[in-house]
Ligand binder design. Structure first.
Ligand SMILES: C[S@@+](CC[C@H](N)C(=O)[O-])C[C@H]1O[C@@H](n2cnc3c(N)ncnc32)[C@H](O)[C@@H]1O
Length: 309
């Protein structure tokens, strides 16, 4: 498979497991809805594979959704703005980054956000208690070269323009646009291990009770959904299992070594939990075979827990 375009560098993106997630989705989704879209890596791959007709991206981080909107609908404008910022920094990269960060925190402009994400440490956004972007620059790098950024921006636009809607609301609002018989939700909220109230990694955290309430609502509407939620790195587990009464199939997949472990020179492998809704399982042909294949994607020692009754 060709390299997927990814113009928005975003820590926590599902880039490394997007293909695995896609391998179990039905191939005739009408609208793929991402209530926690981030950089929308799963949808970009789904669009490339022709797995859905339409896409709906939502994320509470509105500058991020403004950026995604420009990438999809005005690729030349955002690619040119990025190029201008990239060239302006040359020779005074550190000071320029700090100035852009101040300007972004005052005006939330999406082009400034793209520059900050391309230049900051590990592409990992950090917010202070005032909700201001406060991540430091990676001083060894100038950020992605403008031509390569432009190519990825245009590649994403070609895939998504004319069939994508973008909103910036709380995740619960996406139920309003759902057609349960044809649509599928892919949800990737901040993880339990990193949230529980405010999360400095994102501009908001997600309360577990609110998420469970939302999943119950989706179940009541027989919705097809996939939820990425928590996992474990090496022997360290993050978060609790979701309640059995949600009637979900829980699959644990291997996601490779985490960026953090690689940077620290450790060999810890990251595992990610996926929860699949019962209507999704009913819909996919030979579900158990596909799920087993997914769980064995990289290793034969995968754990597969079926909580479907
Ligand atoms: C793990 S990231 C999603 C990453 C995404 N799958 C990707 O590939 O880039 C979680 C996202 O949830 C968003 N978020 C946090 N709280 C939210 C809420 N209450 N409603 C909607 N989005 C929220 C964050 O801004 C963040 O972008």
């Amino acid at each position: 498979m060709k390299r997927m375009p990814q113009p928005i560098p975003y820590q926590g993106s599902k880039r490394n497991i997007a293909a695995q997630i896609l391998s179990i989705l039905p191939s005739d989704i009408d609208t793929l809805i991402e209530p926690f879209a981030g950089s929308a890596t799963v949808s970009i791959r789904a669009a490339y594979a022709g797995a859905a007709q339409f896409f709906h991206f939502n994320d509470l981080n509105s500058p991020l959704m403004d950026l995604l909107n420009l990438i999809v609908n005005e690729p030349d404008r955002i690619a040119t703005d990025y190029e201008r910022l990239w060239h302006q920094q040359l020779g005074r990269e550190r000071d320029f980054y700090d100035e852009v960060r101040v300007r972004f925190n005052a005006a939330s402009r999406p082009d400034l956000l793209l520059y900050l994400l391309a230049r900051c440490v590990k592409a990992s956004v950090r917010y202070n208690t005032e909700g201001e972007f406060n991540q430091s620059p990676d001083n060894r790098r100038k950020g992605r070269r403008p031509q390569s950024m432009r190519e990825d921006i245009f590649a994403v636009s070609r895939l998504l323009k004319g069939r994508t809607r973008i909103t910036s609301c709380d995740f619960t609002s996406t139920i309003g646009i759902l057609n349960p018989s044809t649509d599928l939700l892919y949800m990737d909220p901040p993880y339990q291990g990193t949230s529980g109230g405010r999360d400095s990694r994102y501009c908001s955290g997600v309360d577990l009770a609110a998420l469970i309430g939302f999943l119950k609502e989706l179940n009541a509407r027989d919705a097809m959904f996939v939820l990425s939620y928590d996992g474990r790195k090496g022997s360290k587990a993050y978060g609790r299992m979701l309640p059995v009464e949600l009637n979900l199939v829980h699959v644990i997949i291997e996601a490779g070594r985490s960026t953090q472990s690689t940077l620290l020179g450790r060999r810890d492998v990251t595992f990610e939990s996926l929860y699949l809704s019962a209507p999704l399982i009913e819909r996919i042909d030979s579900a158990s075979e596909k799920i087993e294949k997914l769980a064995r994607w990289k290793s034969s020692s995968m754990q597969l827990e079926l909580t479907l009754e």
